[in-house]
Design a protein around this ligand. Structure first.
Ligand SMILES: [Zn+2]
Length: 271
């Protein structure tokens, strides 16, 4: 048992849990040049059913959450995103068209465009970002820092937060600590929701005995996501079990980043 975690997380918690909801709406299909109809409508499911379902669930369970959102979706469905902000949840940036390709010289303008859309429509100024494809470039962090961001959730190279430079004003919050509920599990993995629940339980158990950092990423879309009722029920079961753990502390990503920035001696600096 690792007692050092008791001094790293708020309230002496052994494990901190950050729920991140990746709203991969129609931006994904439109960005790929699809028409959004038929099998290409799974992103619209996230807007119509998935996000309302998770807003209700998070409210009922009284759990904070961070919604990673795409600029195209925010400007197309402004009322839904205003509602997320009004209910007190964090909005963070996740690309404009959920770009799954290298952006080259256009990356700074796209990061700024999505940032501006979120601010203007919801009134909330994002401080966090997760690459929609996991792709980053030499542009990414300098632009994010210039826009006032304090964390990036794109990396998959550690089990706990770390600093990416010597300024210690920007923290990396890796997003690969538990199995993702989209393509790897439900599409290429062909797993059942019950199997994902088993994986999450065992991953939590191992994490609670080690670094104590659990970022749970939820995709509220249909298809290879946790939007539909039976898969959302599995998410609720897992979250309910985590809530019953006496030494688990829930934070949104913004508050988690601030906690890390305010306690820099606990976190390594990567080169
Ligand atoms: Zn995404």
């Amino acid at each position: 048992m690792n007692n050092t975690n008791e001094f790293r997380w708020p309230d002496g918690a052994r494990t901190v849990v950050a729920v991140t909801i990746h709203v991969d709406g129609p931006s994904v299909q439109i960005g790929r040049g699809e028409n959004g109809l038929g099998r290409s409508s799974r992103g619209r499911y996230a807007i119509r059913r998935g996000v309302p379902r998770y807003l209700e669930m998070m409210s009922r369970l009284n759990i904070p959450a961070t919604f990673f959102v795409c600029g195209y979706d925010v400007e197309t469905f402004p009322d839904l995103y205003r509602q997320i902000a009004t209910k007190g949840y964090e909005l963070a940036a996740h690309g404009y068209h959920h770009e799954n390709w290298d952006l080259g010289d256009t990356e700074p303008a796209l990061l700024e465009q999505t940032h501006r859309i979120i601010v203007e429509i919801t009134g909330q100024s994002p401080v966090g970002w997760c690459s929609p494809s996991g792709r980053k470039s030499a542009y990414t962090l300098p632009v994010l820092q210039r826009l006032g961001y304090i964390y990036d959730a794109s990396e998959k190279d550690r089990d706990e937060p770390y600093f990416s430079d010597d300024k210690k004003n920007f923290v990396i919050l890796p997003n690969n600590t538990v199995s993702l509920d989209d393509f790897p599990v439900y599409e290429s993995g062909r797993a059942l929701a019950s199997e994902l629940l088993d994986m999450w339980r065992s991953e939590y158990h191992a994490i609670s005995q080690s670094e104590g950092y659990l970022q749970l990423t939820i995709h509220p879309m249909a298809g290879d996501g946790s939007g539909p009722p039976s898969r959302a029920a599995v998410v609720e079961t897992f979250l309910t079990e985590l809530k019953a753990e006496p030494d688990v502390h829930f934070l949104n990503m913004r508050d988690l980043a601030r906690h890390c920035l305010n306690n820099p001696h606990h976190w390594a600096q990567a080169t």
